[in-house]
Design a protein. Sequence first.
Length: 261
Amino acid sequence: MFYISTFFQYVSQYLKTRLQYRANLVVEILSDFLFQGVNLVFILVVFGHTQLLNGWSREEIIFIYGFFLVPFALFTSFFNIWDFNERYIVKGEMDRILTRPIHSLFQIVLERMELESLFGGVTGIAIMSYAAYQLELAFHWYDVVIFILFVIGGALVYAGIFIMIASIGFWSDARTSIMPMMYNIGNYGRYPVDIYNKVIRYILTWILPFAFVGVYPAAYFLKRTEWYGYSFITPIIGILFFVLAVVIWNIGVKKYRGAGN
């Protein structure tokens, strides 16, 4: 209850702060929509030269992209830790975090959250709805529950991977980071894994399981029965990677030496 109460207090203060500069907030939201629109245009350009992509239609690819945006929005809203090494390790702000009687990762999540990124999820649902209408997909009442579970699972996959990468900073305080490269690799999860070769497919499934953020869970709603097994283990993969990330984080905190010169 203490953590839940703290979370909502942070959210309340965050909203008050952001609403003080409404124009800034609107510009950021519009920029996010524009960025997502550019990615969607890229998909349309690709399908301007072909009708199918290894058996996947344009609307199916668009649906996968829309689904991907929902867990990704959840991730970017609460796990915005791309600059963890630079800000908390190199600049020594981790020392401040460790003086407080609350879990260090939870504090950083609260400090770095960007709730306006949740609008990306709204865009994703709108894109999914358009694609589902074009594909004439039928849904059941329990699909809402499955959708929520898949979204949470996908967000936890992203969070787990990037928390593990951020944890490297506890052992190496170099200013260089592999975060940008990993963000680019994560984009491969927007597309069906069977368009890649076997090595990349294996990596995106079991080593860096970004496929569980987009194509695998989306395959369930697209009635792609050959992928159902992967679809339903999405929450399990998410929980496993997130728990592993927290364990590595806790070990890293114990190894942290503090800021120095």
